[in-house]
Design a protein around this ligand. Sequence first.
Ligand SMILES: *Cc1c(COP(=O)(O)O)cnc(C)c1O
Length: 460
Amino acid sequence: MELPFSESYKIKVVEPLRRSTRDEREKWIREAHYNLFNLQSYQVFIDLLTDSGTGAMSDRQWSAMMVGDESYAGASSYYKLKETVGEITGFDYFLPTHQGRAAENVLFSALVSEGDIVPGNTHFDTTKGHIEYRRARAVDCTIDEAFDTESEHPFKGNIDTGKLEKVLKENPRDKIPFVVVTVTCNSSGGQPVSMNNLKEVKALAEKYGVMIVFDAARFAENAYFIKLKEKGYENKSIREIVREMFSHADAMTMSCKKDGVVNMGGFIGMRDEELFHKAGVYNILFEGFLTYGGMTGRDMNALAQGLVEVTGFDYLQTRIEQVACLGKKLREYNIPVQVPFGGHAIFVDAKKLLPHIPKERFIAQTLAVELYLEAGVRGVEIGTLLADRDPETRENRYPRLELVRLAIPRRVYTNNHMDVVAAAVKNVYDRREKIGDGLEIVKEAPIMRHFTVKLKRAER
Ligand SMILES: *Cc1c(COP(=O)(O)O)cnc(C)c1O
């Protein structure tokens, strides 16, 4: 018989998990003001809040940490990382930062001004935050299929070149500092961007003389999908695909807490020396000297090793198959989930699951709270809370989709854990008609409110 699929690693170190009772969880979530970010980790059984910085490092990464060079300037760890980044991405100029949003802060300080417009596929929240903080505007040019959770389009992260060209045509060139392409597109469901789309976007940007910046947090997962789904790439290695992807970008920011498989770290890659010098000034101001920029030598060593591991086919197959394993289970239970399954998470369609809750009452957050109460599983809302208010009108922005994201940390949970999660979602689904009236905001911050918002159960 055909051998079943299994993980491409074995386990050397384990961390105990604590189970809790429903009564405990009721109390904890009330104390957390129905905001899952406010829970303490011991209050969570299976933590699918994020795949960011939550991965398990390999024995090779841990051993690389031991030989980190902590010199303030010119550390060997920096040169090692710079070399690896160069080999994998092809970018000659490189600035380390402490995480992805720090890379955005540094690069956007050099590139974005008030009144600018930054088109892209659904911008990640910190990306959008850094654009709007500079009084510029992010314009979403993702293809329409991305907003249909049932469309089987294989590359739902793609940019609609018609929408993009409209933005490029209708605005003066000096108002558009760059186009941002997020690979994979986190906010639209960890959905990949095809190589062909990257090529088309590059051609358009060239036509209008605009730079392309990749938000490359999950570049390797994107490459895996290209290999699996795009004609002509079946026989190319992940490394070859990655190099080709980045050949269509002028610069990149990266949150290494994702496809760096480290717990902290980020960087900027650039082709242009002048941009490197300009951004370098901000790196020194905000992050640290050019050869460490917010990272320790040991962090940089672990990251260099992580970048090598994450571009291995076996690693990626284990990773993406585990995500799909959860997705398939949920589909078996008739749970409305986004298809095709993304690279780092499964997205439950909360509007379809809880159609009786009005959009003003935070549908996806309500579902995320119920899932926590059911089994101590922590997911995250990708809906109205995250979409925040319009910066001008201050009205709630109601996104087309209300999703609960179940993000899977890299190399952390087993497929048994995925079975528990799926059963918990099914139990919530079975009692969906009894789920009350949603939630109301008690207190919120002026920007990126979802992290700190306080909620209460809504009254009829
Ligand atoms: C996580 C993420 C960021 C921000 O990175 P941090 O390391 O969390 O600061 C930016 N873009 C995308 C697509 C991300 O997933």
